[in-house]
Design a protein around this ligand. Sequence first.
Ligand code: SAH
Length: 219
Amino acid sequence: MIKGHREDRDTLRRNMVHSQIVARGIKDKKVIEAMIRVPREILADTDDPAAAFYDGPLTIGYGQTISQPYIVAYMTEQLELSGNEKVLEIGTGSGYQSAVLAELAREVYSVEIIEELSRAARSRLADLGYKNIHCRCGDGASGWPEEAPFDAIIITAAPTEIPWSIASQLTEAGRMILPVGDSIQQLQRVTRSEDGFRVEDLIGVRFVPMTGGSRETEL
Ligand code: SAH
């Protein structure tokens, strides 16, 4: 965590949100406020402010990364949260995205396949006082069927194709945002309605691959 005054860190965070997120067109006020509040420097576990607020992805160990702040804001905005949703996240990682979601929704369920990352995120989120984030360590390639349905789902590791078993855990007006592909990836939004699923292509992205799946590794 960055040493020094809390006010300094708050200012750095506010500057990051304005220069990287608002300047690039994110408009949802609640998303902007949540990203000003959530202490990225604590969840990213770095004492280097240049790293915590860097305009790009950040390494968190075990070959994994937290997304660029702008991508976190963009994906969160696409979920159109109004405050009462039950949300599923696949890929807890540092817990940063989970915390942003927890500020904007009722309950967050987050699955992480790497035990050390899951444990570290869980403990930091608890220290920060988040009571509406439920973490599970295991393979999220099939979602979290016991807790379904979800109003919104976010996948933060890239599967090669849309995982329909996870999409089927959406409520009827639910939406899911995820990166899809191998080396070339597309952010996609899947919206469920009574007529079925609609898929929209958004922007090009680069995420770590989703692991697990057929191996069904339960840690
Ligand atoms: N949302 C995270 C980003 C983490 S990077 C954050 O804000 O920090 C993607 C994460 O997905 C990694 O931690 C990786 O271990 C995890 N992951 C990859 N495949 C997974 C799977 N099948 N189930 C659960 N987590 C998975």
